[in-house]
Ligand binder design. Structure first.
Ligand code: ZN
Ligand code: ZN
Length: 396
């Protein structure tokens, strides 16, 4: 009998490596997944959105196997998988999508209607996202494989760039989508709130889209230095001043063309207190009239750990009147990864973007993951990439 190990959420601030069942071609409702495959995982990343669960800021139950950023090799294919083959090396979009519903047909795979009985949208290893078992593990089952999987054209070429390609499952398309929905194009000035991995991926994406100036704002000095390492301007929020004043120092005008929120609902004020609406309000202040704001940062319907009653149910004090007066366009929601991952794969394979360097990928073993979760929570400027089978070491 084949074995498997994965990272389990145990309780606030605690994850551990556990022996778990080897995956079967069966969905969370117990139905057969003849359209699915079993992957031997090559890389699987720790994500800021995992941290929301691990900090106890969601209703995630103890025992949940984490992990939605998955790259792997197909070792078994179900009866109805026609085009993906055993041996293929593939990137898995974090969105679980059926490929059959109205939203999937319209490329809104982040809100597939058939993979989560509770609401639109599914993901691996995530609370309220359909119960799909996570991929911070040695093996995982991926449903609707022909639709979901992106096959790399050449395995040897892909293994050489695997630390870049591992970012295709979430952070790179997510950062890119934030920029696209904020209207970033040639010559744009862009403000990115949050210098975590998604913020840095958004910054690298902004350059790929032709931005003239990319300004990254955060309190975390190490992460801001990381942003400067590939050409971003930075605003250290700990130094005070309004966002408009700080932008004026850099651009000579107090507004940007485009803004991207890569922070989400755990946004903090100056004293480190919860201020879930502060980033959205700053971005409306900082974005030009008729500009757009991309919001890949995660907001939730229920936040039991929130300080005030309204925020516990996802109600925030957004200054929408300001955004309305400036005719802002706001774009929310999970990124439909599939819309972007193929083009971004080509940009990686042909050296148009160096995403691993931008987000400072750091390869670890499965057993090192609990320690890395703790370091990531402290704000290190790293993107942890778990290599559960030592595949990267082997390839190197
Ligand atoms: Zn993620
Ligand atoms: Zn669907």
């Amino acid at each position: 009998m084949a074995t498997n190990r994965g990272i389990a959420y145990v309780g606030p601030g605690k994850v551990e490596v556990r022996s778990i069942d080897f995956p079967k071609l069966i969905d969370p409702a117990g139905r057969r997944c003849d359209h699915g495959v079993i992957l031997k995982i090559v890389t699987t990343n720790i994500c800021g959105s995992d941290q929301h669960m691990v900090r106890g800021r969601t209703t995630a139950a103890a025992g949940l196997i984490l992990g939605h950023e998955i790259t792997g090799e197909v070792i078994e294919a179900g009866r109805d998988v026609e085009f993906i083959k055993v041996g293929d090396l593939v990137s898995v979009p974090f969105n679980v999508a059926c490929g059959r519903c109205r939203n999937c047909k319209e490329r809104a795979t982040g809100v597939c209607l058939n993979v989560n009985p509770a609401r639109a949208g599914g993901a691996y290893g995530y609370v309220d996202m359909g119960g799909w078992i996570g991929g911070q593990a040695e093996y995982v089952m991926i449903p609707y494989a022909d639709f979901n999987l992106l096959k790399f054209p050449d395995k040897a070429q892909a293994m050489e760039k695997i630390q870049d390609l591992t970012c295709l499952s979430d952070i790179l398309p997510t950062g890119f989508h934030g920029c696209v929905s904020a209207g970033v194009s040639t010559g744009a000035t862009v403000l990115i709130s949050g210098a975590g991995p998604v913020g840095l991926a958004a910054a690298a994406s902004a350059f790929l889209l032709g931005a003239a100036v990319v300004v990254v704002a955060d309190f975390n000095k190490e992460r801001l230095a990381q942003a400067r390492s590939f050409g971003c301007e930075t605003i250290d929020l700990a130094q005070g001043g309004t966002i408009a004043e700080r932008i004026e120092q850099i651009l000579r005008v107090p507004e940007v063309d485009c803004a991207v929120d890569c922070v989400g609902f755990e946004a903090k004020g100056h004293q480190g207190e919860d201020e879930p609406a502060i980033v959205l309000n700053q971005l409306m202040e900082a974005t030009r009239a008729a500009g757009a704001i991309g919001i890949p940062g995660l907001y939730v319907t229920e936040d039991p750990g929130a300080g005030d009653r309204a925020a516990k149910h996802g109600n925030l004090s957004i200054r929408l009147g300001l955004g309305w007066a400036k005719s802002h366009t706001l774009c929310t929601g999970q990124t439909p990864v599939m819309k972007y991952n193929r083009g971004l794969m080509m940009a990686i394979l042909h050296d148009r973007i160096r995403i691993a360097k931008a987000v400072n990928t750091t390869v670890i073993s499965l057993d090192q993951a609990p320690k890395s979760y703790a370091e990531f929570d402290k704000g290190v400027a790293r993107k942890f990439v778990i290599d559960p089978h030592g595949s990267i070491k082997h390839a190197a």
